[in-house]
Write a protein that binds this ligand. Structure first.
Ligand code: NDP
Length: 232
């Protein structure tokens, strides 16, 4: 039974990670912005007594990250797998009208947050732990062939760099760090025309995460939900 910490755990992919992990017997710290309003998570707490802890986290706010890290340390929780899942996408951005506010919010949530959270929780990570950042094919510079969702794409490319750097920072403790794309998934963000159901995407990703081991030759990888390497 491993201990997972998942951000953005109240809906979408984050909530599905919590659901599947609890169902298979793992322990979960579910972090989300508004714990009182996270009705599904609060219901899971009743269904899986002692295996789910719901804690507040606004990933774009460094003070909130510090508070979460303090709480995790105070409760003496060791984390085997950290899944940086929370993310934001501003749709409808057009060239000429991209706003600093959207760029900053995307960066703070999608890149700065996962980096600072991983740094803040480093002492609580078990040796040989795994750190995953839910990235996106839209963060691949190589794959970018048109102008679209700039705040999101720029922030996910920055996240990919954060993953590579964190991989090196944590290599001494044989902690594997991975940028993982979920595919295009039917969530509030992905929309209903997406390819994959939430449950399929998460079960695919869990297979990749379960198979992840520290490899000094492959620090900070970027993989798709089938475990296939994605171009940076
Ligand atoms: P959703 O929009 O359905 O859910 C986003 C989650 O992130 C919510 O729990 C939301 O919380 C949380 N969140 C957003 N901003 C913050 C913040 N500042 N602090 C804390 N939590 C925050 O998205 P998905 O479930 O689809 O996305 C999950 C991850 O997967 C994201 O990183 C996304 O970029 C990535 N992804 C998704 C794809 C898809 O097709 N769906 C494709 C590629 C990548 P709240 O309810 O409080 O807003």
């Amino acid at each position: 039974m491993a201990q997972y910490l998942i951000t953005g755990a109240n809906r979408g992919l984050g909530l599905e990670f919590v659901r599947q992990l609890l169902a298979r017997g793992d322990r979960v710290i579910a972090a989300c912005r508004h714990t009182a309003r996270a009705s599904e998570l609060n219901q899971f707490s009743g269904e899986y007594p002692g295996r789910l802890k719901v804690l507040p986290l606004e990933v774009a706010d460094p003070r909130s990250i510090a508070e979460l890290a303090r709480e995790v340390a105070m409760l003496e929780l060791r984390i085997d797998v950290l899944i940086n899942n929370a993310g934001v996408l501003t749709s409808g951005e057009t060239f000429g009208e991209v706003e600093a506010k959207a760029l900053s919010q995307a960066f703070a949530t999608n890149a700065q947050g996962p980096f600072l959270l991983t740094q803040a929780l480093a002492t609580q990570l078990a040796d040989k732990a795994r750190v995953v950042a839910i990235s996106s094919g839209l963060g691949s510079i190589e794959r970018t062939k048109r102008f679209g969702t700039p705040s999101y794409n720029i922030s996910k490319a920055a996240l990919n760099m954060a993953v590579r750097l964190l991989g090196h920072a944590l290599a001494e403790r044989e902690i594997a760090v991975l940028a993982l794309s979920p595919g295009w998934v039917k969530t509030d963000m992905g929309g209903e025309n997406a390819d994959l159901d939430v449950s399929q995407s998460v079960s695919n990703m869990l297979k990749v995460i379960d198979a992840l081991v520290f490899d000094p030759e492959a620090i900070g990888q970027f993989l798709g939900n089938g475990g296939d390497p994605l171009p940076w």
